[in-house]
Design a protein. Structure first.
Length: 387
């Protein structure tokens, strides 16, 4: 009962923290997201007792990411079915867990980072061992995960990780434990919120109870496949004591771009010398627009005059087809850099379409982070133009 009271207090403090972050200007950037993971291990081998079987697990997490560290809540459950050659080797078990975590990330460069995950968890176990009947108990535990992410491209990354889980009972300092090490290949097929992965694991586990007081200790090997989902994400940027909310789950064009565009209709006429280069361009040419600027995910008002001129060129020359090449600042996270560059390129396209430009005339090409601080965030590549 004391474990449950502690868990309820932890959940209550988590939501208090969310409220404080939403109503203060302490941090310049805060991301809120809810994610889910569904995975199965179709191949499972227990070395000592020569058992084999399958496992299935789900996990749901709510995170607050504040600059370089993350605070969150986790709910995950596991089901393991292991079978041997006789009834003496029968084991079935299920675990339900609720926990909280703090995660920090250190990026060595744009393609390699390390993360440290520490957290508390409440574990409710239930198992049937050697036909002895179902038995379960709650335990409080600690989780430690150290991992390294190698970003091979925007669509493929490798994760090397090790996880130590220690469980405590009310009568014993360390009751159960497990150690897991593995390699995960994560594939991003280009879909907005879905990633697939294949994982190979080797882990040691120890499980004790009243029924098996001597404990079960063994090394196991496992192959897993799974899918990770970004269910909901919101970025909160605090600039000049104002909060700008961007719900990344929306696909429509309702953004501050339209509002700023309306404000720009009465502004003075602006002319960028690169507009003439765009008008007379040939297929294969690239034009770097340093005058198109962003405040994180939002277009600045200073960028709207040149975008207005670009839209006028596209409306006048229907044969002109362009690709918006988007870039982002170096944020020590290649995946976030790619997402931000995609959002920026999409903002440009939305603005142009709202001005009446045909969708077929504008493509987007997110690149990721800029090479140097002197490079522009937006480059227009000319795909087709009859001069």
């Amino acid at each position: 009962m004391s474990f449950r009271r502690l868990l309820k207090k932890g959940i209550f403090l988590f939501f208090i923290l969310v409220y404080i972050l939403l109503n203060t200007n302490v941090f310049a950037q805060t991301d809120l997201h809810v994610s889910g993971t569904i995975q199965t291990a179709p191949w499972f081998y227990e070395f000592q007792y020569e058992l084999h079987g399958i496992s299935f697990s789900t996990a749901w997490a709510a995170d607050i990411e504040i600059n370089w560290f993350t605070v969150g809540l986790d709910i995950f459950s596991d089901y393991i079915s292991v079978n041997g050659t006789s009834e003496d080797n029968l084991f079935k078990g299920a675990w339900f867990n609720i926990g909280s975590h703090i995660r920090t990330v250190y990026s060595l460069n744009s393609w390699l980072n390390f993360s440290l995950f520490t957290g508390l968890c409440w574990n409710q176990s239930s198992f049937d061992y050697n036909l002895s009947g179902w038995y379960g108990r709650p335990l409080l535990g600690l989780d430690f995960i150290l991992s390294a992410h190698l970003f091979l491209s925007g669509f493929l990354q490798l994760e090397f990780f090790s996880r130590l889980n220690i469980l405590f009972s009310e009568n014993k300092f360390m009751d159960d434990m497990s150690f897991k090490g593995g390699l995960r290949t994560i594939i991003n097929p280009g879909l907005k919120s879905i990633r697939f992965y294949i994982e190979l694991d080797a882990f040691y586990w120890s499980y004790k109870s009243i029924i098996i007081s001597e404990g079960v200790h063994s090394w196991m090997f496992q192959g897993e496949i799974g899918v990770s989902l970004d269910i909901w994400k919101k970025s909160i940027t605090k600039t000049d004591n104002k909060i700008k909310n961007n719900d990344l789950s929306k696909n429509d064009s309702e953004s501050n771009v339209e509002t700023a565009r309306d404000q720009d209709e009465d502004s003075d006429k602006y002319h960028d010398p690169l507009i003439e280069k765009l008008m007379n361009s040939k297929a294969g040419e690239s034009i770097e627009f340093y005058s198109i600027l962003f405040d994180n995910k939002d277009l600045t008002e200073e960028s709207l005059p040149v975008l207005k001129e670009i839209s006028e060129v596209l409306l006048d020359k229907k044969e002109l087809v362009i690709s918006i090449r988007g870039y982002a600042e170096f944020m020590q996270n290649p995946q976030k850099e790619l997402e931000l560059s995609q959002i920026r390129a999409k903002k440009i396209k939305e603005y142009l379409i709202n001005q009446g430009v045909s969708d077929d005339q504008v493509q987007i090409n997110p690149i990721g982070n800029i090479i140097t601080d002197e490079d522009p965030y937006i480059v227009i590549d000319v795909i087709k133009n009859k001069t």
